[in-house]
Write a protein that binds this ligand. Structure first.
Ligand SMILES: NCCC[C@H](NC(=O)CCC(=O)O)C(=O)O
Ligand SMILES: NC(=O)OP(=O)(O)O
Length: 318
């Protein structure tokens, strides 16, 4: 693996899931990354991605540097040929070039603005770092994807499933803010790469990018979609069609115990942070159905498996 920008960077998903689950069994640090440094740049807030990736680096024997680049760093210019006489102090060409001398792997978190769809889909921040960095780049959640989260989700389903082909439902939920489509995009992508019966349910106007959902069945009736589900993955996202908008929705889409009645006592997943009693009700989050903590725990092993592959690849290419 040369970079971890999207799920298509994974050469063999089954092997990577197996490796992460093997790493989970080991409770001592490896020396794969001894003498190497991972640098993590956050242009947006984070709890899990920041700390689980730091922990993953440490479990591989790496040095770890983290920076809240959005808050503490110089404002970055991304445009080629820009005359930088306004508010941007540093060009990404220098920033990425400098970081490549301090780090052997660079992680970047850069959310979408949710204003201009073409601009967000261009993944300007992530792609600029990939272009100008001379070391591997890891996506820590970008404008359109969150592949470390999706890998974690596939790992969690793989360790919890009690049948060969479980039914997995991605269910939209309400939220007061406009949120990215990054998490559901990557989740929908990875569910099409593993052996599950995958269904998406969301209100009209909230269909995800059809280039990502492809032939997945999208059902606008939540109750119907949830029937016989083994896993329910709950997430809010803003509209893709009416880009970045929060549309008014008549029905209540909050996941509660009542809605789980038609399922096969489904395990409930969410990437976190979750707004209680808006996205998922207390009666679900505080019940045996919720696996959100185990899911978040697996972030470490997903990140460890990815960093290990990147380190092994750089060893081979020397
Ligand atoms: N990394 C996990 C999710 C991050 C982000 N959620 C948020 O911004 C929630 C913020 C809030 O609830 O105010 C998202 O949906 O992509
Ligand atoms: N799930 C996730 O990426 O969490 P953070 O935003 O806290 O990193």
């Amino acid at each position: 693996m040369k970079n971890y920008i999207t799920l298509s960077d994974i050469e063999n998903l089954d092997d990577l899931i197996k490796e992460a689950l093997e790493l989970k069994k080991i409770d001592w640090a490896l020396d794969t990354g001894k003498g190497k440094t991972v640098g993590l740049l956050f242009f947006n807030p984070s709890l899990r991605t920041r700390l689980s990736t730091e922990k993953a680096g440490k479990l591989l024997g790496m040095e770890v540097m983290t920076m809240n680049a959005g808050k503490d760093g110089w404002a970055l210019e991304f445009e080629d040929g820009a005359v930088m006489n306004s508010d941007k102090a540093e060009h990404v060409k220098e920033a990425a070039g400098v970081l490549s001398q301090y780090c052997d792997i660079i992680g970047i978190r850069a959310f979408p603005d949710l204003i201009d769809r073409d601009k967000d889909e261009a993944e300007i921040v992530l792609n600029a770092f990939r272009k100008y960095a001379t070391v591997p780049v890891v996506n820590l959640e970008s404008a359109t994807g969150h592949p470390l989260q999706a890998l974690t989700d596939a790992i969690t389903i793989s360790e919890l499933k009690d049948k060969k082909r479980p039914k997995v439902v991605l269910s939209w939920a309400p939220h007061p803010k406009a949120l990215p489509q990054s998490v559901p995009n990557s989740f929908a992508d990875i569910m099409q790469k593993i052996d599950v019966d995958f269904v998406i349910t969301n209100p009209n106007g909230y269909d995800l990018n059809p280039a990502i959902t492809k032939d997945v069945s999208v059902i606008h009736d939540q109750e119907k979609a949830l029937k016989d589900a083994d896993f329910v993955y709950v997430k809010n996202w803003s509209s893709y069609e009416h880009y970045g908008k929060v549309l008014s929705v008549k029905k209540d889409w909050t996941l509660n115990q009542e809605k789980l009645k038609g399922t096969k006592n489904a395990k409930v997943m969410h990437c976190l942070p979750v707004r209680r009693n808006v996205v998922i009700a207390d009666d679900v989050l505080d019940s045996e159905n919720s696996v959100v903590l185990q899911q978040a725990g697996n972030r470490t092993f997903a990140a460890q498996a990815v960093l290990k592959r990147l380190l092994e690849n750089s060893d081979n290419s020397r």
